[in-house]
Design a protein. Sequence first.
Length: 522
Amino acid sequence: MKTERKLFATDIAVEVIGADGELRRCPICGNSQFQNDAVIKDLHLQSCSECRLGFLNPQPRAPKESTPLVSKPGRIGAQKYLEMIADYGPLTAGRLLVVGGGAGEFLTEAQNKGFDVTVLDSSGHVAETFRSQLKSDTGRAIAGEIESADLPAASFDVCILSDCLDESRNPAHLLRVVHQLLKPKGLLLVTLPTLDHWFAKMIGKYRTELRERRLFYFNFNTLQNLLFVTNFSRVLVRPDPLSSINSRRLVAIASRQEPAPVRKLSIIMPVFNEARTFQQVIEQLLLKKVDGLSIEIIIVESNSRDGTRDVVLKYQDHPRVKVVLEDKPRGKGHAVRAGFVHATGDFILIQDADLEYDMADYDALLEPLRMGKTAFVLGTRHDNNGLMKMRHFADQPVMGALLNFGHIFFCTLLNILYRQRLNDPFTMYKVFRRDCLFGLRFQCNRFDFDYELVIKLLRKGYSLVEIPVNYRSRSFNEGKKVSLFRDPMSWFRALAKFRVQPLNLVQNVHNANRASSNADIY
């Protein structure tokens, strides 16, 4: 019997709005369940119950506002945008498409740097204004919509969407059109306002931000999700340099990615002294299938002393397996970091070589990522009523209770320091889009890497979703490797250090480009 293939976010039909102006389903994840957030001057702000994208619903058919809402970047703002493109690319010249008005200063700066600029704006008046600013031999201005503009496919090195993505009636379709216009690995820069800032929350109900022309309201996560489902990768989102105290804005830069016929899952398995369980785990993995995903298994073996390496080497020629051999054990964190370098999948899942977790939970963990609802999922091992029962060692009950208490203590400390409400940030089942790692550098080698990974993704801006999983903890007599004396000190250091250490996302990308290698920023 043939099974029906699961729907992916990228399969969602172009039309998401009915003839009556009602939004039928979310353009990111396809969900049709919405919740009401605010009503201001007959404008109804709703949000998707799954991915949290905000939007006006019903959407105004003919906006009353006649003046454009776009912000003019000014010379300093334009220079900052171009610096971002140069640091990210690296790209200092080429064909540049600007969609949206109000960017005269930017166009002047771009032309001075050698870009061939094309301006596209729906207003004929704005387009005519830009024609007077463009150098005749290095650009042109066109009035119209991007969907109907006579522009050749794969002809632009860079596209800038200047405060227009949130005004599109179908932002996903707009990005797919831009994707077609960009050359392979072409760059996209998006600027837009956001409601996700303290001033809007302080005044309540977003009364200064809600506008008839702004049909969608993005935050860090929903903008990332939309770029992912429309096949853009290596995404960096940061506060726009034009942000003011009462108008928070975002700027995102991303690279065009060729859409794959099937998305891929990279399973990273650190292995050290697991001769008793490794073969059983790998055999289960090789039989594992996830509907709609191909799977690669990356085994990082750290020169075990119990014969595990000999067993691992038996699988090095398997078509789904990559084997990475380390010359000496440097810790689980170091092994996972080595696996990141070799991962090529759209999604990453960390899998230990023991039998504590149930692989039957893969589908539930991957579903929110697959549908574009979120970027980072934790497989939580307990609920709020089961904290002291997570580790129940029949042969070492006191030790199990001590570990459970330590879990509660460090989880509470992390939640306080980083303003979270997580139950199990230290779970092995961390599942996320590989793109989440872009721009990050990691330092920790042991179990403090669990803290570093979660903290840096939180500080980068991602929201974490916890999904319950099945779990049976093994005791120290069965091979558990956490040190009760060494590791807690490293956890304290990680919690304090990564609270204040700058992420330096753009600088990391810039330095990697200068070194002609992006391997260490994934």
